[in-house]
Design a binder for this molecule. Structure first.
Ligand code: ADP
Ligand code: MG
Length: 340
């Protein structure tokens, strides 16, 4: 009896890797982290297990994020990571899957090729690469096949990507390295300067998610945090509130707003007209920071919506796009009007 292979979509994000299997949905969501033994160069753990090792390992083991800045700096490790995740979801070795991968937007053609080859070596029957904003739009349920302008702002860990899409292609886009990670770093810096204590990245991220905001909250929230006092070197507890977070995030938030403005300025007028009707769609985990929709709406005068399941849009889009193989361009991605 003849059976078709599986169709798999991979969102190779700077912070998170998601795998979508046709007919099942998103089956895997793990941090894009790899633990390496620096003495032997061996990959010890991948994903969640690697993340749990951060800060708790002997000196010769380091946990790294090979895609952190949206650039694939370490091919070897990235390849091992892809292989590991593909193996994890493909128990049945006999049917080689078709794989659609979305790589970070700042990746070069050479890096894309490396990802493609890694997936092939990991056992894919065919591998395609899709541009991130296209995947995000498809995953968010937009119909991008018409001559109509849609604006997508995808904010991840390492990069924020702004794109205007029409007729299934990117018309104008921009990618900046200001996203979730930069917000975390801003919290660390702010707390050190204002309260004289040092906190870790994990604590900073928790603060961002729990009380952070880039637009004033209706109700001021506060939270106690523990850190190391820079004066005494001893543990110290301070209370931080959401208005302080607003201050800490101002610079990062402004850079995202500016990127959106820059893309709007380069967008042909007819498409701007469409966007003023349809609004801007936010996707990616970083877009969940409180008030980003309100801030962008305030600064552009446009409607701004956060996509349902914003963190899953790209993954779902990669999987679904395997249905439209004929209409999606693959290969190098240097769209017209790129303002990067
Ligand atoms: P990538 O596509 O680059 O892998 P993701 O889309 O997974 O990134 O987004 C990861 C970022 O989203 C992280 O910086 C994380 O802190 C942030 N994030 C996730 N949930 C929230 C939330 N509720 N509020 C603010 N930031 C969030
Ligand atoms: Mg992403």
């Amino acid at each position: 009896m003849f059976k078709f292979g599986q169709d798999i979509g991979i969102d190779l994000g700077t912070a998170t890797i998601l795998v979508y299997v046709k007919g099942k949905g998103v089956v895997l969501k793990e941090p894009s982290v790899v633990a390496i033994d620096t003495k032997t160069g061996r990959v010890l753990k991948v994903g969640l297990e690697a993340q749990n090792m951060i800060g708790r390992t002997p000196g010769n083991i380091v946990a790294i994020r090979p895609l952190r800045d949206g650039v694939i700096s370490d091919f070897d490790t990235t390849e091992k990571m892809i292989r590991y995740f593909l193996k994890k979801v493909c128990r049945n070795r006999f049917f080689k899957p078709r794989v659609m991968i979305c790589v970070p937007s700042q990746a070069t053609g050479v890096e894309e090729r490396a990802v493609h080859d890694a997936a092939m070596q990991a056992g894919a029957s065919k591998t395609y690469i899709i541009e991130e904003p296209i995947a995000a739009a498809i995953g968010a349920g937009l119909d991008i096949s018409k001559p109509y302008g849609n604006m997508i702002v995808d904010i991840g860990g390492g990069t924020a990507d702004v794109a205007v899409i029409s007729l299934g292609e990117i018309v104008v886009s921009s990618s900046i390295k200001v996203a979730g990670d930069k917000f975390d770093e801003a919290v660390v810096r702010y707390i050190r300067k204002k309260h004289n204590i040092m906190i870790g990245d994990r604590t900073a991220e928790e603060l961002k998610i729990e009380i952070g905001c880039v637009y004033p909250r209706d109700e001021v929230l506060s939270r106690e945090i523990k850190g190391r006092c820079l004066v005494t070197g001893l543990p110290k507890v301070v209370t931080v509130n959401s208005n302080e977070m607003l201050e800490a995030f101002e610079e990062c938030a402004t850079m995202i707003v500016d990127a959106v403005h820059a893309v709007l300025e380069k967008t042909p007028p007819e498409l701007v007209g469409d966007i003023s009707t349809g609004g801007i769609l936010l996707t990616g985990g970083g877009s969940l920071i409180y008030g980003l929709d309100k801030l962008l709406s305030h600064e552009t005068g446009l409607d701004v919506h956060i996509a349902e399941d914003a963190e899953f849009c790209v993954a779902r889009g990669t999987g679904l796009s395997l249905n439209y193989m004929d209409t999606i361009r693959t290969g190098t991605r240097r769209p017209y009007g790129d303002v990067r």
